[in-house]
Design a binder for this molecule. Structure first.
Ligand SMILES: Cc1ncc(COP(=O)(O)O)c(C=O)c1O
Length: 389
């Protein structure tokens, strides 16, 4: 009597490519990025700037290409986390305004000033150290005062020291240009969370402006605030993920955006397995019937989250196919099904569109128990970022 294990799987097709290409590719649709940015700018009050967050290599999209295209679409401000990222943007865009959102190492005060970068002040101690380093180097640093209004991360907490504004303004090697903060949570159904932060921000920023005697460049709104709180725009919004196409599908939000990054990988091998055979470390998956397996030449060290083991999918021949067995450091297996017709060198889609289907980082993130940001930024820089057209 024939059981499911006796089912015979057709052999994978003979190699159709003379020389299969084994390099995964990241495709960045800069035209979509431009459309996303245009939609965002169109939604803002005239005069409100976009400080585009391009840290972590523009969330894996390639900071230089993204910054250049954004510049061509009217974006004049950029934000990064680290000096080396800021210098990369500076080299590409000599007159862009670049904010460093991380705590700049005081030892780097001179190169930051020479490149006309704008570090934040991560706290009073950081401010004093930056000032001392700038004075020692004979430079003036343009800075944005970061206020901790509830994130509990970087920034001066105004309630800790009633004289914080005087203390900052006494530092003569620092020129205060801006004041900013960051939301811990923006939830439309819990408006008091972000609302409380904004009240603190507004009061502290205005107190600082009174002491400076001039308006400062004020910014607090990242993507979710951009979407749901036009009243928090101040002088600039500071989005990242929304520009890259996530968080832009909610009908109640201000802006519609589309994902820009696709990740495609060729199969490095295709094999047939009979029923009841283990796949991967510790055999966490066993074939239920004969099937074809596509082997991907990437794993968790390349950005394919291990948490997707036996939980995630890719698109193969335009159909969702499961990642089976444990994802290992540099390889992973896809169950292409008994009639899988792909061969070595044929491509599957880890993120993106194929055959009318799509698979985006927010969905993958749910399978992996993480967020789209981590899915995107985990994609290893070794994969070439290609822009179509
Ligand atoms: C300080 C700061 N501002 C803005 C952003 C952009 O956030 P989002 O991508 O949610 O818009 C980030 C993101 O990590 C951030 O850390």
């Amino acid at each position: 009597m024939a059981g499911p294990g006796d089912f015979h799987c057709p052999p994978p097709p003979a190699h159709r490519k003379e020389r299969p290409v084994y390099t995964p590719t990241v495709i960045v649709h800069l035209d979509r990025l431009a459309a996303n940015l245009q939609a965002l700018r169109a939604a803002l009050r005239p005069g409100v700037e976009v400080v585009l967050v391009v840290k972590a290599d523009a969330y894996g999209h390639g900071a230089v290409a993204v910054a250049r295209r954004a510049w061509a679409n009217g974006i004049r401000w950029f934000a990064v986390a680290h000096l080396h990222e800021a210098l990369e943007v500076r080299a590409a865009l000599p007159t862009a305004r670049v904010v460093i959102l991380g705590a700049l190492d005081p030892a780097d005060a001179a190169p930051a000033a020479a490149a006309d970068l704008r570090p934040i002040l991560a706290g009073l101690d950081h401010a004093r150290r930056l000032d001392a380093a700038a004075r020692a180097a004979g430079v003036t640093l343009t800075v944005h005062v970061k206020l901790d209004t509830g994130m509990g991360r970087l920034g001066i907490r105004p309630e800790d020291d009633p004289d914080w504004a005087e203390a900052v303004l006494a530092l003569r090697a620092l020129r205060v240009e801006g004041v900013c903060s960051h939301f811990a949570a923006v939830e439309p159904h819990k408006p008091e969370w972000a609302g409380g932060q904004v009240e603190q921000f507004r009061a502290a920023a205005e107190a600082l402006e009174r002491r400076v005697g001039a308006p400062l460049f004020k910014h607090i709104a990242s993507s979710r605030a951009c979407q749901f709180h036009p009243e928090y725009d101040f002088d600039a919004v500071r989005p990242g993920i929304l520009a890259y196409g996530y968080g832009g599908l909610d009908a109640t939000g201000r802006v519609r955006t589309r994902p820009c990054l696709e990740w495609k990988a060729p199969l490095v091998d295709v094999k047939t397995l009979p029923a009841d055979r283990p796949v991967g470390y510790y055999g966490s998956f066993r074939t239920r019937h004969a099937t074809t397996l596509g082997i991907l030449g990437l794993g968790y060290a390349d950005g394919l989250h291990r948490a997707l083991s036996n939980r995630g999918y890719v698109l193969a021949e335009g159909v969702r196919r499961p990642l089976v067995g444990r994802i290992s450091m540099n390889w992973a297996a896809v169950d292409l099904g008994p009639r899988g017709a792909l061969g070595p060198g044929d491509t599957v889609t880890l993120l993106g569109e194929e055959g009318g289907q799509s698979l985006w980082a927010d969905e993958v993130a749910r399978w992996a128990g993480t967020i789209a940001y981590e899915v995107l930024t985990a994609i290893h820089p070794r994969f070439p970022r290609r822009t179509p057209g």
